[in-house]
Design a protein. Structure first.
Length: 94
């Protein structure tokens, strides 16, 4: 399969992702990026956060590399350790 798609966009089109699924993917990406930013602003290493959250550093690394999809509970727990929380906001009207 390697080389059969010229671009990520061409491959992506074959996945038939719905707008709702796309929104979920984008939200997860933004949450993970925000968690990384909060950790870095707190001048904490992955190991520091892992210890504070009672997790393994390798679990934090897999989340930050987007190799796994963390549960809402896990994201909320990590963010809470960094002084943040998840919040529901209305969709913007286009």
């Amino acid at each position: 399969m390697k080389g059969s798609f010229e671009t990520w966009e061409n491959f992506r089109k074959t996945l038939n992702i719905t707008p709702e699924e796309e929104a979920v993917i984008q939200l997860e990406k933004e949450l993970i990026e925000a968690t990384i930013k909060a950790r870095e602003e707190a001048k904490m290493s992955q190991r520091d956060l892992a210890e504070k959250a009672g997790m393994k550093q390798s679990a934090i690394a897999r989340i930050e590399k987007m190799k796994v999809s963390p549960s809402v509970d896990t994201l909320n727990h990590l963010l809470f350790q960094l002084g943040y929380r998840l919040k529901v906001v209305p969709l913007s009207k286009k």
